[in-house]
Design a protein around this ligand. Structure first.
Ligand code: PMP
Ligand code: GLN
Length: 383
């Protein structure tokens, strides 16, 4: 069956997680935590299930969740969004991203995105019949960060640019975009009248004292940004698929128009529970960040001790290693489970310019310390 979706096959996460199960390996491929989120949130979900919250919620999301998202945006980022009209709850960030692209792009319109990019981006752009214009994030010589070329960024914009898809903190690199970089992107959005669609699912997972800066907080950007996040990462509930999009009413209503016909509504009893989680305040969020920062350090030190060249990750669940010239990450990741019982993900599948990522593979560190330690023990046994 040859359609425009035919090239997309099976996602790398599904392939690698199935390989982990089949070989009984430790799965440091797909990014999901192996411990539960806050008990208050879990209790609230159980309560909602037992107390009649099991039918269709309102289209934009239950009022208490929209109010909690609004308060969270204000508390952390100083952004004001009206719960009635400027916030929509979605089936994960994934649906919000897809709905935003489908809402804003007609066939042939262009989307600027930074490669390597999260795998749903290319698929959602293709669903809309739009065209991706990748800008490459390249690791610097020292392995201490990733940068893009400003000339390549400018060249990616043109008369058909409809939106920029920006993910910071960035999966898979762990890059946290700086204010200078965001300013450059914001200026181009204004010059070319493009909308920024921002994937900020790792908004709270930023390390080394760095700050996450939503591009919506830059001058004149709130009015042209759809800011997207999710409960999955912050509250360790990736299977709940509760996400949201915030922005000016004109943009959010366009997202909602599409969402109506993708899922209509989602996660009725889980939405009030996420509202409880968002209300837990900064001590919970700070605890998650501190725990993950120490896991990042633990895995990075272990990978280095096993002989890998580790590229710095400043955020997210992930760290990338460079296997060196001549290496191919896909064949490496396919054989790693047989060789030592550990699963990782080849980063090259997130590139259009695959040569840029051929040598790179990604490990997830959102796992219990004993699991990380056992993975490192196994990797140290490699020849
Ligand atoms: N964006 C990025 C960058 C991600 O890593 C993920 C992975 N979970 C998502 C979006 C999807 O989020 P959700 O599960 O809320 O759809
Ligand atoms: N976001 C997760 C990752 O990058 C996986 C999500 C998925 O499996 N689609 O590993």
């Amino acid at each position: 069956l040859v359609t425009r979706m035919q090239p997309f096959g099976t996602t790398i996460f599904a392939e690698m997680s199935a390989l982990a199960v089949r070989t009984g390996s430790i799965n440091l491929g797909q990014g999901f935590p192996d411990t539960d989120g806050p008990p208050e949130m879990l209790d609230a979900a159980a309560h909602a299930l037992r107390n009649g919250r099991n039918q269709y919620p309102p289209g934009p999301g239950v009022p208490e969740l929209r109010a909690a998202i609004s308060a969270h945006q204000k508390e952390y980022w100083g952004l004001d969004y009206d719960p009635d009209g400027e916030i929509v709850v979605t089936a994960g960030a994934t649906e919000a991203i897809a709905a935003a692209i489908l809402a804003l792009c007609d066939a042939g319109d262009e989307v600027v995105c930074f490669e390597p990019y999260y795998d749903s981006y290319a698929a959602s752009i293709a669903l809309a019949g739009a065209v991706r214009r990748p800008v490459t994030l390249t690791p610097d010589e020292s392995g201490e960060g990733y940068a893009f070329d400003a000339t390549q960024l400018r060249a990616a914009f043109g008369p058909r640019t409809k939106l920029v898809l920006l993910n910071s903190p960035h999966n898979p690199t762990g890059k946290v975009f700086s204010r200078e970089e965001l300013t450059l992107i914001a200026e181009l959005c204004q010059e070319f009248d493009a909308v920024a669609v921002t994937d900020e699912v790792y908004e709270h997972l930023v390390y080394d004292g760095l700050a996450h800066i939503p591009i919506a907080t830059l001058p004149d950007m709130r009015e042209r940004t759809i800011q997207i996040s999710s409960a999955g990462k912050t509250f360790s509930c990736t299977g709940w698929k509760v996400g949201w999009a915030c922005g000016p009413a004109s943009l959010v209503s366009a997202v909602l128009r599409v969402k109506q016909f993708l899922t209509f509504v989602n996660a009725g009893p889980l939405q009030p529970a996420v509202a409880v989680a968002l209300g837990l305040g900064s001590s919970y969020v700070d605890g998650v960040r501190a725990a993950l920062e120490s896991k990042r350090d633990r895995l990075c030190a272990g990978l280095s001790s096993a002989g890998f060249r580790v590229l710095r990750s400043s955020g997210t669940y992930f760290v990338t290693v460079d296997l060196g010239s001549g290496a191919d990450g896909i064949s490496y990741c396919r054989s790693l489970p047989e060789r030592c019982g550990v699963v990782a993900v080849p980063t090259q599948v997130f590139y259009d310019n695959v040569d840029q990522g051929r040598r790179l593979i990604r490990f997830a560190f959102c796992k219990r310390d004993d699991v990380l330690d056992e993975a490192v023990r196994r990797l140290r046994l490699l020849e």
